[in-house]
Design a protein around this ligand. Sequence first.
Ligand SMILES: [Fe+2]
Ligand SMILES: [Fe+2]
Length: 191
Amino acid sequence: MESDASFHGNSNEVDWENRSLTELVDYIENYHHDYMSEALPRFFELMELAKRHPDSEGSKIFKALQHFSSLLAEGYINHARREENLLFPYIREMEAYASGDKEQLEDAEAGGLIFKSMASIDNEHDQIIDTLTRMKAKEVVAQMPEDAPEPFGELHKIVLEIAADLKNHAQLEDKYLFPRAVELEKNLGLH
Ligand SMILES: [Fe+2]
Ligand SMILES: [Fe+2]
């Protein structure tokens, strides 16, 4: 879960407007996507333990987190995979092409890819943020005292961490990454 050394600390302190899109994409992958790949399997494991917990308090908490959990399992994972396999490599390539480090875009067919993907990206980010808001992560986990027996103590910590990370993650992409990538495509005449 280490971020790039030059950006250590709060990503809000970095002036993303003046960093390259490649640096931003690297940061999002190395920090947010990597964090989620480590945190999610543990979160799902803890949910399984919570489900099997004998007392009714355990099943109440499991139910409260169930929608969040399925959104992560079905929505987030595919979303992040599409960013890593398709959108981010294309943004890096486009920037290399724009700066003259690359002679041509390898996949000319992909022209306008970000512009064409914006509706679904926005929609998926909205779903994540809506679920976080509706779940009211803090209220849900407030039912679990920090010194609650396992798995609830760790579940408490990880839900708060994931919720905070997802919020910053979506904000970086919505505010800095995708609007600038669409602009770059436009400047390159790709849409
Ligand atoms: Fe992402
Ligand atoms: Fe995203």
